[in-house]
Design a protein around this ligand. Structure first.
Ligand code: BGC
Length: 379
């Protein structure tokens, strides 16, 4: 069926009240070790649009503003039976992005869109081809998780030339780069916040991370892909939270683990062999690397929260289980569900004709600290 003007107006009205900072009540539903799908099939859902029409509440209908109806005209014209959406993911084989991708698929298909996901395989050239193919196929909108943040200029120029409304996710370009195209918006998180929260998790321990009482916190940092702003900010702000609180710190090692569990395990194993008891804290830029580091910690006969602390980011199911059983000091919820909802809401606004001014093209979802005290809320 074709979406009626009213249904689309309703969607527009509800989008206007969508709160991007409302998060923290959702947790990842995909275990970190689940096998990511290799190809998500394109599917068509038309029933949902009908269901939405039936469940439309009359009172809420009244509340749909004229502005929303105007925007709906544009959206209805553009989206037809829900519209064709192309989604480019930097690589399918990433635990967090698998959770995110599944959330996007459920939301988009639930809203009646036809959605096709492409695996960039961590190769920017491959992703560029995928973007060009989507444009050639005439997709109504694109959602792109860039392989390289440094490729943002090129990606933005391409989608602008084609005039395709685009939502960038997970890897944030600069405000100046995004200003080149007003039908473009970024939905993600401010990674400084997650870094700060990791530092706070350590400050909240009984000895503030200084297990051996020598007056300084000695740590190793297992970084994601250093090209990625999330990796840069988490690395910087986790340590800054400690120094801002007056703690002395000593960096024993910093290595890139590329967000990867096996690399996290290898780096931790080597460092534990090299620095032994001197390591008091292992900071990991994400949970998958922290799970790897935990394997190395346990193999070395060390005990988290007794003689070493370990923190990650994402709140993958596997990490939540380790926090609950005391094998991780804590993690930080990277709200995949909230970001996916935000990305789709922003995409629908773009489809409705909204344009974004410079400096207003980044929409953030909050991170949430996860400790043994509140972990049950996320499981
Ligand atoms: C997540 C990582 C993920 C990366 C991909 C980060 O925000 O914390 O787990 O690998 O995004 O870009």
């Amino acid at each position: 069926m074709r979406l009626s003007k009213k249904v689309v107006a309703m969607a527009m009205a509800s989008m206007m009240v969508f709160s991007m900072t409302a998060c923290g009540n959702t947790a990842d539903s995909t275990p970190a070790n689940s096998e990511p799908e290799t190809e998500a099939p394109a599917t068509e859902e038309t029933d949902t649009a009908e269901a939405e029409t039936e469940t439309t509440d009359a009172a809420t209908e009244e509340a749909a503003t004229d502005a929303a109806e105007d925007a709906a005209d544009a959206a209805a014209a553009t989206t037809g039976e829900g519209g064709n959406i192309g989604v480019c993911i930097y690589k399918f084989d990433d635990a967090f992005m698998t959770t995110y991708r599944n959330a996007l698929q459920e939301i988009l298909e639930g809203k009646g869109y036809t959605v096709t996901f492409m695996d960039g395989k961590n190769d920017q050239a491959e992703q560029n081809n995928q973007i060009n193919n989507f444009i050639a196929q005439g997709v109504d909108a694109l959602i792109i998780n860039p392989v390289m943040t440094s490729a943002a200029d090129q990606i933005i120029a391409t989608v602008k030339d084609a005039g395709v409304p685009t939502v960038l996710i997970n890897r944030e370009p600069t405000a100046e780069q995004m200003a080149a195209y007003d039908k473009l918006v970024y939905v993600g998180c401010d990674a400084r916040q997650s870094g700060t929260m990791q530092g706070e998790l350590i400050l909240d321990t009984p000895n503030k991370g200084d297990i051996n009482g020598d007056g300084k916190v000695s740590y190793i940092m297992i970084q994601g892909d250093p090209e990625n702003i999330d990796a840069q900010y988490r690395t910087e702000f986790s340590v800054k939270a400690l120094t801002d609180a007056g703690m002395e710190v000593e960096e024993l090692d910093l290595q890139r683990g590329d967000w990867d569990r096996n690399k996290g395990q290898e780096i931790a194993q080597n460092d534990l062999a090299k620095f032994g008891e001197d390591i008091e804290v292992i900071f990991c830029n994400n949970d998958d690397m922290a799970i790897g580091a935990l394997q190395a910690i346990q193999a070395a006969g060390r005990t988290v929260n007794e003689d070493i602390y370990l923190v990650g980011v994402d709140a993958l199911d596997a990490a939540l289980n380790e926090v609950a059983s005391g094998n991780m000091t804590g993690t930080v919820l990277n709200d995949a569900q909230g970001q996916a909802e935000g990305a789709v809401a922003a995409m629908e606004e773009l489809l409705g004709g909204k344009t974004y001014a410079e400096g207003e093209q980044s929409i953030y979802v909050d991170y949430v600290k996860v400790t043994p005290d509140n972990v049950a809320d996320f499981q």
